[in-house]
Design a protein around this ligand. Structure first.
Ligand code: HEM
Ligand code: HEM
Length: 141
């Protein structure tokens, strides 16, 4: 479960960066919002929802959750365990919520530029949050 989560993270990051880049260029060049743009947004949503599911699955099986519930104050004192037990899971849930909100909001916009703008803001914010709270050192070790 943990390994699937680590590998799936590459897919999430790559597709999300691509989606944000696509939204920025679409917005700045005032392109038409096509089927392809829709599919990029939807694919990003699905990939990140799957990561949410895998993340939650692992989290409740993981030693981090157990440590947080049995020995919370020790976990909170140590920045590494606090990141894995609390900050990363919480911030990732917020980021995926932003992606979901962005997806919902874009559907209600009628102008193409407004659709790109919605994706740019919500997916972009999500990307920043994710980059800030990935446990980078664990990932590459
Ligand atoms: C813990 C697991 C999950 C939660 C809490 C969750 C939550 C949500 C929520 C709140 C929405 C509503 C978006 C809207 O207002 O339109 C949504 C949409 C969606 N979710 Fe998930 N989801 C989860 C897992 C998954 C998984 C595993 C998949 C794919 C295999 C998935 C695929 C989708 C798709 C395709 C939509 C949007 C459909 C559309 O608007 O056209 N989700 N999800
Ligand atoms: C955009 C969504 C997410 C991304 C990109 C992501 C990415 C990552 C990465 C790269 C790691 C390091 C993996 C490693 O140790 O090799 C990790 C670890 C972890 N993630 Fe996520 N994650 C996401 C969402 C979540 C969610 C929603 C949860 C739980 C609610 C979660 C729970 C965890 C836990 C508990 C670990 C620690 C693994 C361990 O060392 O035991 N993640 N995540």
């Amino acid at each position: 479960m943990k390994d699937i989560h680590s590998y799936w993270a590459y897919i999430v990051l790559i597709i999300l960066i691509y989606a944000v880049f696509n939204a920025i260029t679409g917005f700045r060049n005032k392109r038409n919002f096509t089927d392809k743009d829709l599919r990029i947004g939807l694919f990003t949503l699905i990939v990140s929802h799957i990561q949410l599911l895998i993340g939650l699955g692992w989290y409740f099986m993981s030693p981090w959750y157990k440590a947080l519930t049995t020995n919370g104050s020790e976990v909170m004192k140590d920045s590494t365990s606090r990141l894995l037990a609390l900050e990363h899971p919480l911030m990732m849930i917020i980021a995926i919520a932003l992606i979901t909100i962005g997806w919902s909001k874009h559907k209600k916009k009628t102008e193409d530029t407004a659709k790109f703008k919605t994706f740019m803001i919500f997916y972009g914010l999500a990307l920043i949050i994710i980059l800030l709270r990935i446990p980078w050192t664990n990932w590459f070790n």
